[in-house]
Design a binder for this molecule. Structure first.
Ligand code: NAD
Length: 351
């Protein structure tokens, strides 16, 4: 079901010549121009695409607020199969629609889009980030996404085991694509033991080649059935279903995937069972921090320093959750909403 939740603006875009069909959703500009990636996905129909873009854009509002950025939340979806339908002309047509919003929405990569795609869109719009390094952009945002997830996981480890390290812990990663693979590198360096699964055998093979001690399991069910200290969902959304929440025996859930909770209330089940859930949009904000930095002239050093702050933010959320006796996901929402309301109010001051 499609749910509008106070979205400011939703734009349907169509260009017959290139076959472009896209929806841009601006959830909030309370903190600044809406920022969020473009998902290129073969949605069954427009209703499904609309539901997705509305939910994703709302999530970006919270993620950007929590990351301390001067950006509101937005997202776009292009309806189609990226392998078949993506072309220079389609991406440039899309760029022109982004430009038409005059900077109210700034786009970047998401599932199905990559930095070279943003280079095309940027030829038609100033409001595009996540471009290739060759074009002066921040490049692949999964570098700092994985780094941020690792910081969040360290904060969770400190909370549960008293020390901010994953040394000797068994971490199960679902999905070792761009983010999961880089997270595996950071964890291996920290001395964690890796258990991984992916639907793509080439993806698991890459991790094993880099870290030969890695255990590869058949799929998510087997991953969850193995003995894990930490579960890191890094594939698509909705990893935390009722069944997973009721049976998971890892002490921590912390991963890069967006929208991990399959419905509201799951966070409560996890908390009641003593599983510490590091809220997805808090720990996976490294990528948006990376691409937001590009808008100021990209500096990896500055962006990395900012993404390192995810450690303290996650820690603060766990403290607030304890103080207010609520699950961390609720504490995170409250913290983001407070920033939006307080900083958003400043915009009322006449300049
Ligand atoms: P990706 O497509 O590179 O990687 C996803 C991996 O998951 C792929 O290897 C895919 O084969 C695998 N996968 C898909 N379904 C699976 C399943 N059922 N079981 C196991 N593996 C499965 O994407 P990514 O950029 O690594 O993003 C991963 C997640 O992180 C997504 O939810 C994305 O929205 C989120 N995220 C990514 C970024 C970023 O900067 N890339 C930022 C924030 C959030």
């Amino acid at each position: 079901m499609t749910v509008f939740q106070g979205h400011e603006q939703v734009v349907f875009c169509a260009d017959k010549a290139s076959g472009l069909r896209a929806i841009i959703a601006i959830h909030s500009t309370a903190l600044g121009p809406a920022l969020g990636g473009t998902r290129f996905y073969p949605y069954a129909d427009e209703d499904e695409a609309l539901a997705d873009v509305l939910e994703l854009s709302r999530g970006m509002t919270y993620k950007n607020a929590m990351a301390g950025l001067d950006h509101g939340g937005g997202k776009a979806v292009i309806i189609g199969d990226p392998a078949r339908d993506k072309s220079e002309v389609l991406l440039r047509a899309y760029g022109r629609f982004v430009q038409s919003l005059g900077g109210r929405y700034v786009t970047a990569c998401d599932v199905g889009t990559y930095s070279p795609d943003m280079d095309y869109a940027a030829r038609e719009s100033r409001f595009v980030t996540g471009r290739t390094e060759a074009a002066g952009g921040a490049g692949d945002s999964s570098i700092l996404t994985a780094f941020g997830v690792f910081q969040g996981m360290r904060a969770a480890a400190e909370r549960v085991w008293g020390r901010p390290t994953l040394r000797g812990r068994r971490v199960g990663i679902q999905g070792v694509g761009k983010v999961g693979r880089r997270l595996a590198d950071l964890l291996a360096e920290d001395g964690a033991r890796l258990v991984i699964c992916d639907v793509d055998p080439a993806a698991t093979a890459r991790v094993v080649a880099a870290h030969p001690m890695t255990t590869v399991v058949e799929g998510t069910a087997e991953l969850l059935a193995s003995e894990l200290d930490v579960y890191a969902p890094c594939a698509l959304g909705q990893a935390l279903t009722d069944e997973v929440a009721a049976t998971l025996d890892a002490r921590i859930v912390c991963g890069g995937a967006n929208n991990q909770l399959s419905h509201p209330g799951i966070e409560k089940v996890l908390a009641e069972r003593g599983v510490l859930y590091a809220p997805d949009y808090v720990v996976n904000a490294g990528g948006v921090i990376q691409v937001a930095d590009e808008l100021e002239g990209f500096s990896m050093e500055r962006a990395r320093a900012r993404a390192a702050g995810i450690f303290d933010t996650t820690r603060r959320i766990f403290e607030l959750a304890e103080r207010d006796a609520v699950p961390p996901a609720v504490a995170a929402d409250r913290m983001a909403e407070r920033r939006m309301s307080e900083v958003g109010q400043l915009r009322g001051i006449w300049l």
